[in-house]
Design a protein around this ligand. Structure first.
Ligand code: PMP
Length: 423
């Protein structure tokens, strides 16, 4: 069956035809993958696509990296699920602790969502307070406490929050604009006796890409300390994407709790919560805050994560991924920004173009950009063999597999599409 036929069938089986909403936004219908290798996805329709989505962030080495594949194959020979501790989890935790300045201890879970659910519960349990500050347009997974004014597919589909979350719970989540120190401080002070945590994507990656202004993250650290709340960095995207120590090492700001996911599982389901020992020991079984999981620290994930991070310790990965991003950004600026205006926000190997606006420093700036143009860009690129996210509220990602020939092909397609696209 081809993609069109498969999707017709899928619509009978899954709400909206998919198992995660953004997948349905690929136009005219989602393609089904036959296989993936390096930077290339091959569809069941026989098309070859250069992949700038990379499963929404995890695949910084590209698809089927030989070191990861080899490690996983070796692991399969030993079994794949034990329900008991396994040495690889110690090795992976040691790596993460060595790279992330804020992390002394780790709890592995199965997704970024589980990581933020656990981090919020931990912050509430530790501080014995209830309220949370989050930033407009930041997405922290499908987490009841944080699905308020969220980015990613929540923005794409224009869902202001989500049905099914009691208002009593949403009221505990206070939403302020990213990069706005004054408002954050005001709201934090007003709620000081009951503020458990400030949670932030240190670089926003779910409303396009939005960078923190000069001292924004340092100011969040100060405000959290002033009111006795914990600072949580959600580094599910930025962890290992911006470098070995994530955003916290890059911006030199140390949160109390860090959530990780995506890259640390090497392409297998994963999440992690990390932080200072004193806080982490509030988690069961050493403390009163509960978290558990049949699949926590899954052996295959641990092995794949370990192989991935070991590869990241070699310079070529960041060099290749970052220079690919740089070249594609330059092409977008030359071919698209010159014609339609706008700004490309870019850091390391993640970026997004916001057409027709001069700057994007927060979510309301992002909303003023021409999102329909990005959706048309997605469609036109896809027709010519380049796959980008179908929404402006996501990021382009590059990987170690985005070698110069792949980048050159992409740039040719971008200049061809620039001629076709109309304002
Ligand atoms: N936090 C951030 C910053 C994310 O980008 C995401 C997913 N895109 C999540 C949390 C949720 O992760 P998951 O999809 O693995 O549940």
């Amino acid at each position: 069956m081809n993609s069109k036929e498969l999707f017709e069938k899928a619509k009978e089986l899954f709400p909206g035809g998919v198992n995660s909403p953004i997948r349905a936004a690929v136009k005219p219908y989602p393609f089904y993958v036959k296989k993936a290798e390096g930077a290339i996805l091959t569809t069941v329709d026989g098309d070859e696509l250069i992949d700038y989505v990379l499963a929404y962030g995890p695949l910084i080495l590209g698809h089927q990296h030989p070191r990861v594949k080899e490690a996983v194959e070796e692991q399969l020979e030993l079994g794949w699920l034990y329900g008991t501790p396994y040495e690889a989890e110690i090795k992976l935790a040691e790596k993460i602790i060595s790279h992330f300045p804020s992390i002394d201890m780790v709890r592995f879970v199965n997704s970024g969502t589980e990581a933020t659910v656990t981090a919020i519960r931990l912050a509430r349990g530790y501080t014995k307070r209830k309220k949370i500050i989050k930033f407009d347009g930041c997405y922290h997974g499908s987490n009841d406490s944080l699905l308020v004014k969220a980015g990613s597919a929540v923005s794409h589909y224009g869902v202001p929050g989500s049905a099914g979350i009691p208002e009593e719970l949403s009221r505990l989540t206070l939403v302020v604009p990213f990069n706005d120190v004054e408002t954050t401080e005001k709201v934090a002070k007003e709620n000081q006796d009951d503020l458990a945590a400030i949670i932030v994507e240190p670089v926003m990656g779910n409303a396009g890409v939005i960078l923190p202004k000069d001292n924004f993250l340092k100011e969040l650290r100060r405000i959290a300390d002033d009111v006795g709340a914990l600072l949580i960095f959600d580094e599910v995207i930025t962890g290992y994407r911006l470098g070995l120590g994530g955003a916290q090492a890059r911006y030199n700001v140390i949160p109390d709790i860090t959530t990780l996911g995506k890259i640390i599982g090497g392409g297998f389901p994963v999440g992690a919560v990390g932080g200072k020992k004193e806080i982490m020991e509030y988690l069961a079984p050493s403390g009163p805050v509960f978290n558990a999981g049949t699949f926590n620290a899954h052996p295959v994930t641990m092995i794949a994560g370990l192989a991935t991070i070991s590869e990241l310790e070699r310079d070529y990965v960041y060099e290749t991924a970052n220079s690919a991003a740089h070249a594609v950004v330059k092409a977008i600026e030359q071919e698209l920004v010159s014609k339609f205006g706008g700004v490309v926000n870019h850091i390391a190997s993640m970026f997004q173009w916001f057409p027709k606006v001069e700057k994007v420093e927060n979510y309301s700036d992002a909303q003023k950009a021409d999102r329909a143009l990005i959706e048309r860009l997605h469609t036109e690129l896809l027709k010519r063999g380049v796959f980008i996210a179908p929404s402006m509220f996501e990021a382009w990602f590059t990987s170690a597999a985005h070698a110069s020939d792949i980048v050159e092909r992409t740039i040719d397609v971008i200049s061809e599409v620039a001629k076709v696209l109309q304002a």
